[in-house]
Structures are given as C-alpha cells and as structure tokens.
Design a protein around this ligand. Structure first.
Ligand code: PDD
Length: 287
C-alpha cells in the first residue's frame, strides 16, 4: 500500500500528490510548517503545535485555512489512513501559487500539504545510548521564533553534524548556544538544575520544551531560563534535547568531548520517562 498524503483538501497516494511549479513555497520558501509526534495512535501536545501554527501564519500574514478542530480531524484521518501508531506528522502551509513576484499575490488560496513518517520514538535506540552533537555558527535570520520552511542553515548544520559522526548540531551565536538544528537544547548543572535559553526571536518556542518545563516544575527539578555558553555545556553534568519527533533525547558528547561520564544522566532519564507518561496519558484516560 502506498503512503497516503494530504494535499489541498484531498487524501491521495504520494505518487499522485503534485505541487504546482510556481508554488511560492518552492520559489521563495514562502511558507511555514509544523510537526507533531504520534504515540499510541494519539497526537502528542497537538494543541501547542496548532497554537504555534496559528502564530507562525499570523506573523507571515498567511490566512489559516482550517480551525484547530479541522486540523486535528485531518491529522487523525491521515494517521489512520496510513495505519501510523507511532511517528511524526509534518504539515505545511505556503502562500500558494502565483507568477513569480516578491510581493504577496491577491486572492490566492494557500497550499496545504501534510504527510506522516512512521518512527519508533518511545523505544528509540538513541534514547538508551544518547547522541553526539557538534557546535556550529548560527547562520539563520532574525525571526527564528517563526517556524519557517526556510531551513538552509539547518540543512547545512545537520549535514556538518552527520559528516562529523554526530546526530545533531547545536547552533552558537556570540558564544552562547541558541538551539539545535531541529530541537531545543538543554544542559543540567552539577547542582542538578536544568538550564535552557529563554524564549525570544533567537529561537523557536519548542512545544516539547514548554511541556518539559511544566513537568520539571511538577517534579521539583530546579530550572534556570538563561543563556549558556559552549564551555558551560562542555562542563555540564548532563545535556539533552527536546523535539516533537524525539521527545527527550540524551546528549552524551559535544564536539567530541564526553558530557560527564559519556552516558545518559539520571535527570534526563527521569524527564524522558515523565514525558512519555504524559504523552501516553490521554490514551490511558480514554481506555
Ligand atoms: N523541529 N528548534 C528548532 C529549530 C526546531 O526545528 C524544532 C523542531 C525545535 C523543537 O520544537 P518542538 O518541540 O515544538 O518540536 C526547536 C521539528 C521536529 C522538525 O523540523 O523536524
């Protein structure tokens, strides 16, 4: 059975889903996207992702084609049609199709595309072993709070990581870590406190980050929202990342230097476990 995707109101086999040559997403990167995790057939933190989608669309002045309830119905339908119990749903809205001209076209409907990627998240081997990250200069624009489809800086950063045998790149500006190529970056101090960069236009407001902060508070784990340097990360007791496609993943080396003993730390393990419980909770409640 071929993968079913959603394009402009229809569910179709991926081979039949064609986007117009003059789509502004293709020509200008004029669009925004979101990604939500699926666990046990349930969307994880979807309200947060739909809220951020609304915000990104508003910031770039593209009308939201659907209400939250409609988005949710389409996402659930797509997961169901693909028989996807665990993985990731990607969804993207571009400013639509028009002759190439930088200024906005008038009366053009947005292009809406959505697809699934089946993936083991809860039992991911990387959660046991941890991953390696490298640091790279943050070369992005000044509105990183918008989840833009312009990802060239992240493509280059993550390719550099891959070539260095690492799985993520932590981007650095003025000596401070901003975030990962496609994840939020955290360290844990020797005193057992979580450190994460505060929200601003310099980073994407991670939805997993937000849930994690709420969970750490509930579990009495100390938290500092402040900048941290690469040197502080090298010296940290633990490091980890969060994202919709990985939830919480331990970082066990940075630029080839082991983080502490080079093994996933206890606070990271606890947070991952807690997050997985939270993600599974709606399903348990429904049973
Ligand atoms: N990336 N920072 C950046 C630059 C990201 O691209 C992402 C997500 C995050 C984490 O945000 P969240 O917890 O809401 O997923 C932080 C997605 C997963 C991606 O591009 O595949």
């Amino acid at each position: 059975m071929s993968r079913i995707v959603f394009l402009n109101g229809s569910f179709l086999p991926i081979e039949e889903a064609k986007v117009d040559f003059m789509d502004r997403g293709f020509m200008f990167g004029d669009g925004i996207y979101e990604g939500v995790g699926v666990l046990g057939g349930q969307l994880v933190d979807n309200e947060g992702h739909l809220e951020r989608l609304e915000r990104s669309l508003k910031e770039v002045r593209i009308a939201n084609p659907y209400t939250r309830a409609e988005w949710t119905r389409l996402q659930e339908e797509l997961a169901r049609r693909n028989g996807m119990e665990e993985g990731f749903i990607y969804f993207q809205v571009t400013r639509g199709v028009a002759e190439r001209d930088f200024a906005f076209p008038e009366n053009v409907p947005p292009t809406v595309a959505m697809f699934t990627q089946a993936k083991a998240i809860a039992a991911a081997p990387a959660a046991e072993t941890g991953i390696a990250v490298i640091t790279v200069p943050d070369m992005r624009w000044k509105r990183r709070d918008i989840k833009s489809i312009n990802l060239l800086a992240q493509v280059l950063a993550k390719q550099a990581a891959k070539e260095a045998g690492a799985q993520e790149a932590w981007m650095v500006e003025d000596g401070y870590v901003t975030e990962g190529g496609s994840s939020s970056a955290f360290i844990v101090t020797k005193a057992g406190r979580i450190v994460v960069r505060p929200l601003s236009n310099s980073i994407l407001p991670g939805i997993t980050r937000r849930s994690m902060l709420a969970l750490s508070e509930q579990h009495g784990i100390g938290l500092e929202e402040r900048l941290f340097t690469v040197e502080e990360a090298y010296e940290a007791a633990e490091a980890f990342l969060t994202s919709a496609s990985n939830f919480v993943l331990p970082v066990v080396s940075i630029d080839g230097r082991p983080v502490a003993d080079g093994k996933p730390g206890p606070i990271t393990r606890k947070l991952r476990e807690t997050y997985l419980q939270m993600a599974a909770a709606p399903r348990l409640a429904a049973e």
